[in-house]
Design a protein around this ligand. Sequence first.
Ligand code: SAM
Ligand code: MD0
Ligand code: SF4
Length: 363
Amino acid sequence: MNIKQILFRNRCGAELSHAELAYMLELTDPAERDALFREARRIRQQNFGPEVFLYGFVYFSTYCRNGCRFCGFRSQNRQSIRYRRSREEILEAAVRLKDSGVNLLDLTMGEDPYYLNDGERGYERLLELIRAVREETGLPLMVSPGIVPERLLPYLREAGADWYALYQETHTPALYDRLRLDQPYQERWERKLSARRYGLLVEEGLLTGVGDTTADQIHSLRQMELLGARQVRTMTFVPQKGTPLENVQAGSCSRELNLIAVMRLLFPNRLIPASLDVEGLQGLKSRLDAGANVVTSLIPPDAGLAGVAQSEKDIGDGARTVQGIQPVLARCGLRAASSKQYAQWLDVAHRQDCRNERKRVSV
Ligand SMILES: C[S@@+](CC[C@H](N)C(=O)[O-])C[C@H]1O[C@@H](n2cnc3c(N)ncnc32)[C@H](O)[C@@H]1O
Ligand SMILES: C[C@H](CCN)[C@@H](N)C(=O)O
Ligand code: SF4
């Protein structure tokens, strides 16, 4: 087996075997990896041209009721940057991001009871915030609120959300249970299937470098296919102070890059992020060169907003901004998509998902 043969078979439309996927994920030889990344870029070009989409990131509350072992914002951590931004602060950051040229805003929170407390006002605080951001900016929205009750999903859509992001991290239940403590695997998985039924596009994600094997990753890629996620991502685990995994040796990001490229081969027309939240600006080129077509985790400086895996890196000096990434895009031969281009992509995706759902229901 060699990379040329595998890429050739993939181009001919053959279904790649477990052994072939494993071969690509485990590649370390620079020339072979180069061939893989080149093919991933070719496929990206064929499907998206030179345009990449830009996502602004608004982590508006870092309070969380959960205790994920990998996450710096787990409830037990007293060393994390803990805040809940006001409505005005959130809207101001959203408008700044819009003015800077992002195509979408990702409204993210820890599972903050302030927003997820199903009291008298139900989930009105969360819904009102989504409506306000939508109204103020007119931008497409992704929401990443963690697990919400199924009956809230149609209201998220109605309030203006296009996307529901909820990452399984791994599709190996035993490993999942060690990472996302006290959060039933099946519930998380089914919430994404339901979200699709209510007209939300779904983003699925893998965390790598947390004890996941090649076989786990291949299983995940197959599950991602089943889910019909329109955006698929992977991020390398970054050890966080004050957490049970704080002393785990930070791994290299080379497996993440191989995964991005293999995702591009398997999912030619899905969106695949290059996150600034793992290695900051310095890691952007390698992720785009591996076939990613969305830049995520763009954060306005001085807005008092954190990243997740890299809560501070490159934020204060404006490197994680549309302006800050321009030189990298240029070096990669890429350019930022216009809002019109993103809206068109979104419109097609919504229609296709809607048709697929109808088919699913009728069989
Ligand atoms: C912080 S959560 C925000 C949304 C919501 N609280 C949830 O968990 O779904 C978003 C994602 O960040 C990623 N993440 C969290 N901690 C990380 C770390 N230490 N290294 C890399 N990625 C991390 C995980 O993939 C997680 O699903
Ligand atoms: C992990 C975050 C996304 C949550 N939907 C964000 N820091 C990112 O990298 O895009
Ligand atoms: S990953 Fe999300 S749910 Fe888990 S502790 Fe972090 S913020 Fe909370």
